[in-house]
Design a protein around this ligand. Structure first.
Ligand code: 2AM
Ligand code: CA
Length: 267
């Protein structure tokens, strides 16, 4: 497959999706609860996903296309290539008119290894994209991770776990880490947070309990920009999103140390 040509087509499609998301951004949104009151979707999530699934299915009929909101198109799940799409990553922000959300797409092989990654911030007009082995770009210009090498100079972002059993142990490191960094943010769009580590605005990001469409596009961006990603025990292969630590590489060991569960925090 010509990955460069596919990236170009996907870039046009994601920009169209971003324009659709912006149409109803800033309005009051009718929210539909999914698994819990914290897991929501709006009409826009569904509309943008319907567009993306149809457009990718038409452009790449031999690929399997799957979206967060349940949409799918193209070839069956036994196909060699899979698109994982998130029409709006950061729906809570979107629904509250907070301008930190993204459209995220990843093309992966059968082993869920990303080959193409695209993350669009429609409000800022910023498209981050990467091709495996081809580097990462922001609106076409190469980007790379930050050189920050100490936690006290680092600005990080994280997610807060609501997991009923593991939440307390996963959240305990946040309070310990916070005063020892320049800043620790909870921004709310994992795809965009990964893109921001890739371009050096953030020095690291960690969150547990993510789904494939939340992080696969951003994961490739990060790695192609020179960053490092693993689970909380340092394993870099076969990431599922259950635990994700992304960093500029220089801070990775220090952050792994911080995220290692303290026996006192375990349930
Ligand atoms: P979403 O907005 O597409 O749901 C917020 O910290 C990050 O976690 C966002 O990327 C958000 O994606 C994701 N997220 C929120 N609820 C989730 C859930 N129930 N499962 C997996 N990811 C979730
Ligand atoms: Ca979403």
């Amino acid at each position: 497959m010509d990955l460069e040509a596919a990236l170009e087509i996907a870039g046009v499609i994601i920009r169209q999706a971003g324009a659709r998301a912006l149409r109803s951004y800033g309005q009051r949104h009718h929210e539909v609860s999914k698994s819990s009151v914290f897991d929501i979707a709006t009409e826009a999530d569904r509309e943008v996903e319907a567009y993306l699934v149809a457009a990718l299915g038409e452009a790449f009929p031999e690929h399997h296309v799957v979206g967060e909101e349940g949409g799918h198109a193209g070839a069956p799940a036994s196909a060699d290539f899979h698109w994982y799409i998130d029409p709006i990553d950061g729906t809570s922000n979107y629904a509250a008119s907070l301008p930190f959300f993204s459209v995220s797409m990843a093309l992966c092989d059968r082993e869920m290894r990303p080959l193409l990654g695209l993350v669009l911030n429609p409000v800022a007009g910023e498209l981050f994209s990467a091709r495996r082995g081809g580097g990462a770009t922001l609106n076409g210009a190469p980007v790379q991770v930050s050189p920050t090498a100490s936690l006290q100079n680092a600005i990080l972002s994280c997610g807060y776990s609501r997991h009923p059993v593991h939440g307390a142990a996963r959240n305990a490191p946040i309070l310990r880490l916070l005063p020892r960094t320049r800043g620790l943010r909870w921004l709310g769009s994992s795809a965009l947070e990964l893109a921001w580590v890739a371009c050096g605005r953030l020095d690291g990001y960690f969150e547990a309990g993510l789904s494939p469409w939340d992080f696969l596009g951003g994961l490739l961006l990060l790695r192609e920009a020179g960053g490092r990603a693993s689970d909380y025990s340092g394993c870099e292969e076969g990431l599922t999103g259950a635990e994700l630590l992304a960093s500029n590489g220089h801070l990775h060991q220090a952050l792994l140390q911080e995220l290692r569960p303290d026996p006192a925090d375990l349930p």
